[in-house]
Design a protein around this ligand. Structure first.
Ligand code: IFM
Length: 471
């Protein structure tokens, strides 16, 4: 692993012959990724790719409002056009299929499919029906997330996730979607990364709606998880054949030293990033350490809520990107201590595949009822350029290879991992970082909307072709 990392930082993409890169990339013969039933796909999200924010009756979302405010998003970018996927979806599905990807994880824009009174917007619904039907025709397994952060603005105007009523409105939305789309969805995820919605949206204000108060974060989280718990039985009733789950981003925290204070700091980091979400879902209770970290932020929880939230899941989606090295802040918290000389991505995030493996193995020990796992997002941003019609994204190739190995190691250590989705199918609107940060395995030229398959995607496609060819 260490050798791979140094090779990436030293090598110029053009110095690595393509054949050698392919050999380097292909997982070893004993890797679990060769199993045909290990689903390999790519993921996107509605606001990040669709554009067409004013079309066919779509209502404004909190991200339209937030990104329109000066200084909230790098370079003043918004999702108004994004990858124009709303108009180019057929070609995008063809591209996905031509890469041989077996799964596609997408999200539905709530403001596109329901009006403010809760009635269906059929034009918006028809878009997803056409898209999902085409994916089914192509034999692609569909993972659909109901909420990937684009809350209708009219709900935010009534308090958003600070208002308990939003959880009930979400259950109504889940009801409509699962009645309308039953049979075209293989797996439903209620929420994507409630940590980001609650903490970045209501705790530090870096994301929409841009509020910043620790008490807001924990209350918003509670209502998000309640929304999830209320939606699960609705999805089960309307679409019994599909799997139902939720997607959580997880963070690895390591201690800067062996001191008890730094060890405790790393523990608290993981409580804040992981146990805050996974404990209520899988143990039916919030971790008490969270309120040591953030005193006085206990949310208002009504009788029966925790039972609703901890309803059994068919799968847990895990999104993993990086590790954070932390030390005690001298009080009851932690502070980041960025490590020197480690490999980083365009986001500045440390490349640390072992963190994914270690967290998965740890969850398998901690949660006896851990459901089957899908890695619903993993990937990295790099400053990719099209040169002579090609994008040689060498760092991403090495990144993916090492994370595939980490997944394989976790499987071999007993974790039930059923699939992996690349984040992302194509470059897109990276929230507060706009279009500068490129996470796609397909490059998007935003001035022409031309898609260029990056070398990483070619290698994934090559591997999948070899896997299919094996008897
Ligand atoms: O782009 C995001 C995605 O929307 C949610 N997970 C993390 C990705 C990279 O930041």
């Amino acid at each position: 692993m260490a050798n791979d990392a140094s090779a990436v930082s030293e090598a110029r993409p053009s110095a690595v012959p393509n054949g050698a890169l392919a050999d380097l990339f292909t997982p070893p013969a004993d890797s679990s990724l060769w199993r045909k039933n290990f689903l390999l796909g790519a993921a996107t999200a509605s606001y990040q790719i669709e554009g067409a924010v004013d079309e066919d009756g779509r209502l404004p979302s909190i991200w339209d409002t937030f990104s329109a405010k000066p200084g909230k998003v790098l370079a003043g970018d918004t999702g108004a056009v994004a990858c124009d996927h709303y108009h180019r979806w057929e070609a995008d599905v063809d591209m996905l299929a031509s890469l041989g990807l077996e799964g596609y994880r997408l999200s539905i824009a709530w403001p596109r499919v329901m009006d403010a009174a809760g009635a269906p917007n059929h034009k918006g619904l028809d878009f997803y029906k056409r898209l999902l039907n085409r994916l089914k025709e192509k034999g692609i397994t569909t993972f659909v997330t109901l909420y990937h952060w684009d809350l209708p603005q009219h709900l935010e105007d009534r308090g958003g996730w600070l208002n308990r009523d939003t959880a009930y409105r979400f259950a109504d939305y889940a009801d409509l979607m699962s009645r309308e789309l039953a049979g075209t969805v293989d797996a439903w995820a209620t929420l994507n990364e409630p940590w980001c919605s609650a903490y970045l949206g209501y705790g530090n204000g870096h994301h929409a709606p841009g509020l910043a108060d620790g008490r807001f974060a924990t209350q918003a989280m509670h209502h998000l998880l309640l929304a999830h718990g209320l939606a699960i039985p609705v999805l089960r009733a309307n679409d019994p054949a599909s799997q139902k789950g939720i997607v959580a981003n997880i963070g690895r925290g390591t201690a800067n030293s062996d001191s008890a204070a730094d060890q405790r700091a790393a523990h608290l980091f993981e409580v804040q990033h992981n146990a805050w979400i996974l404990d209520p879902l899988l143990k039916g209770a919030y971790p008490q350490d969270l309120f040591e970290l953030w005193p006085g932020t206990e949310p208002l929880v009504l009788d029966g809520d925790m039972q609703t939230i901890s309803a059994p899941l068919d799968f847990l989606g895990i999104n993993y990107y990086f590790r954070t090295n932390v030390a005690s802040d001298g009080a009851h918290g932690f502070r980041d201590v960025p490590l020197e000389g480690v490999e980083r991505t365009q986001m500045g995030w440390e490349v640390h595949p072992d963190g994914l493996r270690d967290l998965l193995i740890g969850f398998n020990r901690t949660y006896r009822n851990l459901p089957p796992i899908y890695i619903t997002e993993n990937g990295m941003a790099s400053d990719d350029k099209v040169i002579d019609g090609r994008v040689d994204d060498t760092q991403r190739i090495s990144f993916l290879k090492r994370h595939f190995a980490a997944v394989d190691q976790a499987i071999k250590a007993g974790v039930d991992i059923r699939g992996y989705f690349l984040w992302s199918l194509m470059d897109n609107f990276e929230w507060a970082f706009g279009y500068e940060r490129r996470f796609g395995v397909v490059h998007v030229d935003y001035s022409t909307q031309k898609r260029t398959v990056k070398r990483s995607a070619e290698l994934v496609a090559k591997f999948l072709k070899e896997r299919r060819a094996q008897a």
